[in-house]
Design a protein around this ligand. Structure first.
Ligand SMILES: N[C@@H](CCC(=O)N[C@@H](CS)C(=O)NCC(=O)O)C(=O)O
Length: 211
């Protein structure tokens, strides 16, 4: 069994999508980031960075003590290695996926997060910040759109890279993006949204915010 320390956000949903796609049994441990539970000692002992998601795998491949992993990209790699799914075993395939996973972790996620913050949450409108982040998000969407116009999935075959990117692109409107300008992304959103595992992973813990 895998414990997922979770709140229904884009970084959390990447992990539940992968767990659903791999049909791995998991247990959601809610960490309410709105009330600050992610900074409490119990959780910080699992993720010293004090952010969701994190996992604890109670049945690791080496048969040893439970394994704790934080950072959503590292969790996707861990689950890919554990299952042999959506994380290619050959050198070229693996790095085709890994480079897009890193692109999402270091580029799209942090930039789109700031874009959404300055557009929707900042206590005052700061035109310089809005302009800078909306434009950089559009640039990243352009890079993704070009890749998806060459293949159905970002690294060729469907992989953890698609799972990492998808929950960040679903809220494109909150990032000031016009999806009609990115036709390959639009088609990929439909392809991704039609997968049962993606739907179930996106829905995981959806009632937590209301509780
Ligand atoms: N790079 C980290 C980012 C994690 C992250 O930013 N998590 C957010 C939710 S999506 C969080 O826990 N925010 C609460 C906080 O910053 O205190 C990852 O991908 O796991």
């Amino acid at each position: 069994m895998i414990d997922v320390y979770y709140w229904p956000t884009p970084n959390g949903k990447k992990v539940t999508i992968m767990l659903e796609e791999c049909a791995l049994p998991y247990n959601v441990v809610p960490v309410n980031i709105q009330s600050g539970e992610q900074k409490k000692p119990g959780f910080v002992s699992i993720n010293p960075n004090g952010r969701i998601p994190a996992i604890v795998d109670r049945d690791p491949a080496d048969g040893g003590e439970p394994v704790a992993v934080f950072e959503s990209g590292a969790i996707l790699q861990y689950l890919g290695e554990k299952t042999g799914k959506f994380w290619p075993s050959d050198l070229r395939g693996r790095y085709a996926v890994n480079q897009w996973l890193m692109w999402q972790m270091a580029g799209l996620g942090p930039i789109a997060g700031q874009t959404s913050h300055f557009l929707n949450a900042a206590p005052e409108r700061i035109p310089y910040a809005v302009d800078r982040f909306v434009k950089e998000t559009a640039r990243l969407y352009g890079v993704l759109d070009a890749a998806l116009s060459r293949s159905d999935y970002v690294a060729g075959e469907y992989s953890v890279a698609d799972m990492a990117i998808y929950p960040w692109v679903v809220p494109y409107a909150r990032q000031g993006q016009d999806i009609a300008s990115f036709p390959a992304i639009k088609a990929w959103l439909e392809r991704m949204g039609g997968r049962a595992g993606v739907k179930a992973g996106m829905d995981a813990g959806k009632d937590l915010r209301k509780a």
